[in-house]
Design a protein around this ligand. Structure first.
Ligand code: M6R
Length: 610
């Protein structure tokens, strides 16, 4: 999704902006551009379709040196990926703007501005904003005032950064619905849509809030809230090691992030459990008071985070006996709901900036839920700031578009939450100790699965020339199968569907033949015998099976049934461990197919628009 970087400094900002864009590449984009106010107070602009490297080459050939500039990676919404549609957009030759988000009333504004004589060179909603600000600028030649007035006309979601060559020592930025962070430097200041973009230049950040407008100078940051009050936004330090956003020795971020799982899964439980207990206080000082009265849990999320929520439903209902509903945010936000009394609203999001999830949270806060709990990986994100209670996952920055370590750490956080809730609902000390002991074993078990990487890579060859695949699981392994299917489709572009294995005979069995590989996760649990019967149904139709199974599950390898034995795992923690081979399988299929593993086509890391 689109990315923004900006800098006001003593030094030339080209390098800072380019490095910032490189660090935002993981979000997904189709073109990139930069506008810098030069020493003659003129705006120099470069825009290229494709990778940031193409922009870097263009700038090397024709430098755009200067002390203040804005830059952007665009993910097309209004208008195809093209140089003309790439940001920054200009109105005349003195005002430039970059924008994330979507202006919903852009057509109405475009018609109005056209009637006033403004000419459009792109199909974007952003150019409309550029002209609108320029129009207001004509009134009193004051960029700050012009942006502020223009904001009153904009409907939709946006983060904006605007420069004017007649005011070469400051930029004006604002946000409504899309994230924007101010990076605080010494004698220089920065802005970005994601703090990762600015880590080479600062580790101190101010997060702008909805409706904020800010004047950014090299030695001063002034912020006003939506009511026009001057406000201070607190400065927070970035918590993760600065090399955590580098690929290191790995070929792809996704592989690096898969391999980080033993460490980050452990980090997410560290300090929150003893040998035998979950430390409820570690989930938040108000956790005990809140959980005491919860009678229903409503989970909301998107994509991989939704699958984590689906696993959690099994845990919450089984361990706590508390009813739990799970829904994708984009559906939840557009329907009427019956809210049961004392329902806890639980949002799960890696980024904490997913537009649908945030919209659902904002609705929920008005609708009378008991409280809002967030499980999130990004400190300072909108979700974290707007929730009553937060359990942070400790995955560190996740760069690969395909979510891996975020999912397994979300599961850890959700299991801690489920146990804490269950304790208020009759979970015995023995059972809690059994689960906590099982949790302590998970990092080691994940390492054991990673040791099977070579075998999984070998297995992946069978998928290379296939167009479709089925993923099966039962019980809490069904969402694991869904997650496996999502991984395969998003990075290898092979059509993959997940089914609860018991549903096979109600339709999808018709698809099974030798061209349809069927992947199954089979830990040893109460459902394994039933699962084995489902596998027979596939085998009888000539389907080739790839089974990840506990040795004790007794699934035998034979022609057409490939079995990979996984470590013996407690039934409750099995979803965490059984996810990992599916991640590796997808990864290797994608590498064999030569797709862009870290930035799959058409996708963005952080989906900040609807
Ligand atoms: O940041 P979030 O967890 O809210 O993101 C939700 C989805 O966009 C995300 O999980 C997406 O499905 C991933 N590409 C899956 O790998």
């Amino acid at each position: 999704m689109c990315g923004i970087v900006g800098a006001v400094s003593e030094r030339d900002v080209q390098g800072i902006l380019l490095e910032g864009l490189r660090r935002l590449e993981y979000r997904g984009y189709d073109s990139a551009g930069m506008a810098v106010v030069g020493s003659e107070s003129q705006i120099q602009r470069a825009r290229e379709v494709g990778k940031v490297a193409a922009l870097a080459d263009a700038i090397e050939a024709n430098p755009v040196a200067g002390h203040m500039g804005i830059a952007h990676t665009r993910w097309a919404t209004h208008g195809e990926p093209s140089q003309q549609n790439a940001h920054p957009h200009m109105s005349g030759d003195r005002l430039a703007i970059v924008h994330n988000g979507i202006i919903e009333n852009y057509q109405e504004l475009r018609d109005e501005l056209k009637a006033e004589g403004y000419e459009f060179t792109s199909q974007t909603d952003t150019e409309v904003v550029a002209h609108l600000i320029n129009k207001h600028y004509q009134a009193d030649k004051n960029l700050y005032k012009a942006v502020k007035t223009a904001m009153t006309r904009l409907r939709g979601a946006y983060a904006l950064a605007v420069v004017h060559s007649d005011e070469p020592d400051h930029m004006v930025v604002s946000r409504e619905g899309s994230p924007l962070v101010v990076g605080v430097g010494i004698g220089e200041n920065f802005i970005a849509s994601d703090q990762l973009a600015l880590l080479p230049v600062t580790d101190r950040f101010m997060f702008l809030e909805e409706g904020d407008i800010a004047d950014i100078r090299k030695d001063k940051i002034a912020i006003e809230d939506r009511d026009g009050n001057a406000v201070e936004r607190s400065i927070t330090r970035f918590e993760h090691a600065s090399d955590s956003a580098d690929k290191g020795e790995y070929r792809h971020y996704m592989l690096k992030e898969i391999y980080e799982q033993p460490k980050v899964v452990k980090a997410t439980m560290t300090g929150r459990i003893t040998d035998s207990r979950v430390l409820e206080q570690a989930l938040g000082t108000d956790a005990a008071k809140l959980l005491e009265n919860v009678r229903h849990v409503q989970i909301i999320a998107c994509g991989t985070s939704y699958h984590a929520g689906m696993v959690a439903r099994y845990w919450i209902e089984e361990l706590a006996g508390v009813p739990c509903s799970v829904e994708v945010a984009s559906e939840f936000r557009y329907r009427k709901h019956v809210i049961q009394q004392d329902t806890l609203f639980l949002c799960i999001s890696q980024s904490g900036e997913t537009a649908d999830t945030l919209a659902a949270l904002r609705q929920a806060k008005k609708a009378g839920f008991r409280a809002a709990l967030a499980i999130c990986n990004v400190p300072g994100s909108s979700l974290v700031r707007e929730s009553d209670l937060v359990i942070m996952t400790q995955a560190g920055p996740e760069i690969g578009v395909a979510s891996t370590k975020a999912f397994t750490t979300q599961l850890v956080a959700l299991l801690l939450f489920s146990v804490a809730l269950a304790r208020h609902n009759g979970l015995s000390e023995e059972k809690e100790a059994e689960i906590v002991k099982a949790l302590h074993l998970v990092p080691g078990q994940v390492s054991d699965v990673l040791a099977l990487d070579g075998e999984i890579e070998n297995m992946s060859k069978a998928f290379m020339d296939k167009n479709h695949s089925l993923f099966l699981g039962r019980g809490s392994q069904y969402p694991v199968a869904m997650e496996g299917a999502l991984k395969l489709k998003e990075i290898s572009y092979i059509h993959a569907e997940a089914y609860p294995a018991g549903e096979l005979k109600h339709g999808p069995l018709a698809l099974v033949d030798s061209e349809m590989p069927v992947v199954t996760v089979a830990p040893n649990n109460d459902l394994v015998e039933k699962l084995k019967s489902n596998l027979e149904e596939v085998r009888a139709r000539g389907g080739e099976l790839f089974v990840f199974a506990d040795k004790a599950a007794g699934v035998k390898a034979e022609p057409g049934i490939h079995v990979m034995q996984l470590p013996s795992v407690h039934e409750i923690t099995a979803p965490i461990v059984y996810t990992v081979p599916l991640q590796l399988l997808s990864y290797h299929v994608a590498v064999l197919k030569g797709t862009d593993v870290d930035q799959p086509r058409n996708l963005a890391k952080s989906v900040t628009v609807e």
